[in-house]
Design a protein around this ligand. Structure first.
Ligand SMILES: Cc1ncc(COP(=O)(O)O)c(C=O)c1O
Length: 394
């Protein structure tokens, strides 16, 4: 770990535990000066010594040392050969769906993030890529949706916002049988709690705006490819052509966020269990969707494939008036879109994250006007509960 003298040399740190890997990344520190915090290489271009000679960097759309440290770190944490950092989670998912060609078909989780829904329908639908939504927890439904043209299975687990869980190993096995790519959006649990590539997935995506960045201060996305060099090359060409790479400053913010990922995820996990348990005891709360409840339909799968439940909870209340009252009266908790940061946020999916999802689909899924989603932060759990209690019941 100590003797790096250039940017090409880096260490996967296989002997270290995850908590140490997040802190020390790939290079860990800057190799020439020893700067402990990887600098922000705020440069568009790189000078060459002479014709046919290069430092390894040419132009920051193609590669930048700060972004590269983030990409290598994510490849290490997810267990893949290569990582890519994008300007948003949407841009990351755009790159993944662009692996498909006209006439090909993708099967997706049915209550997927609304933005992913928009990419598949409004953007790629126009280019002749076909899609089917299924409940990925139902393996018979997955099999029934397969067509000869199915080339990708795209799973979000747990789903946003209904907290449904897919058995990653089982769905990956189906993907293998038919020669399709298995993709998992690992935004909600991060590799600290869930490692899809080890369970059989080919590609992992993230909105690193969320837990990886962790501080609600940057928008970014990540793709990690497990072992397929050709797919990695295609993603690299996609970034180079679309110019959807993550900027150096934002790469640094995500890198810094990742250093505390393990401790933050433990605290999110601990707090969410307390808040979900309290919510369940409330007369105005009708149903709580939380993967850490032993009576959650997919609890056994969760226990098998994850080491924690994360910080996300959804719940329904008795009326739209109660929703209004909560959103108006929360004080420390903020009514805002997004998730995964240190602050507890409460979101109204029907008009925010899932605004563009057709009404009939929202209703079928349960995203009604009485439905709320919470990203439980790392504050003191008693303060979160007291704020919710006052907002809902006073
Ligand atoms: C699960 C999931 N995937 C992808 C995205 C898109 O990420 P971004 O907002 O960073 O573009 C989001 C955003 O909320 C998300 O929740």
């Amino acid at each position: 770990m100590k003797n790096f003298s250039n940017y090409s040399d880096f260490d996967k740190k296989e002997a270290l535990h995850f908590e140490s890997k997040v802190v020390h990344g790939a290079l860990g520190c800057e190799p020439i000066t020893g700067a402990v915090s990887m600098p922000v290489f705020q440069t568009a271009t790189f000078r060459h010594p002479e014709l046919f000679q290069s430092t390894g960097y040419a132009y920051s759309r193609l590669q930048n040392p700060t972004r590269q440290e983030l990409e290598r770190t994510m490849a290490i944490l997810e267990g893949g050969i290569e990582g890519f950092a994008f300007s948003s989670g949407q841009a990351a998912n755009m790159a993944v769906f662009s692996l498909l060609s006209p006439g090909e078909h993708v099967i997706l989780s049915d209550d997927i993030y609304g933005g992913t829904f928009r990419i598949v329908g409004d953007v790629f639908g126009r280019y002749g890529i076909e899609h089917t939504y299924v409940d990925m927890a139902d393996l018979d439904a997955v099999r029934a949706a397969i067509r000869p043209s199915t080339k990708m299975l795209f799973v979000e687990t747990p789903t946003n916002p209904m907290m449904k869980v897919a058995d990653i190993a089982a769905v990956s096995a189906i993907a293998k049988e038919i020669g399709a790519l298995m993709v998992v959006d690992n935004t909600f649990l991060t590799p600290y709690f869930q490692k899809p590539l080890a369970l059989g997935a080919d590609i992992v995506t993230h909105s690193s705006t969320k837990y990886l960045g962790g501080h609600n201060d940057t928008i970014s996305g990540i793709v990690v490819v497990k072992d397929n060099e050709e797919i990695a090359d295609r993603i690299r060409v996609h970034i180079k052509s679309h110019g959807s790479q993550l900027a150096p400053m934002d790469s640094w913010l995500v890198l810094r966020g990742i250093k505390t990922l393990a401790v933050r995820m433990d605290k999110h996990n601990e707090n969410a269990l307390k808040v979900a348990t309290w919510l369940r005891s409330q007369p105005k709360v009708k149903e709580v969707f939380y993967v850490g409840f032993a009576d959650h339909k997919d609890y056994e799968v969760t226990r098998r494939q994850t080491t924690g439940f994360g910080g996300m909870i959804s719940f329904t209340v008795d009326s739209a008036d109660t929703v209004k009252r909560i959103l108006k009266n929360v004080d420390m908790i903020m009514f805002a879109e997004s998730l995964g940061g240190t602050e507890t946020l409460i979101t109204y999916p029907t008009t925010q994250t899932h605004e563009d999802t057709p009404k009939d689909i929202k209703e079928k899924l349960g995203i009604t006007d009485c439905f709320l989603r919470m990203s439980v932060g790392i504050e003191n759990a008693e303060d979160i509960i007291a704020d919710l209690d006052r907002a809902m019941n006073d």
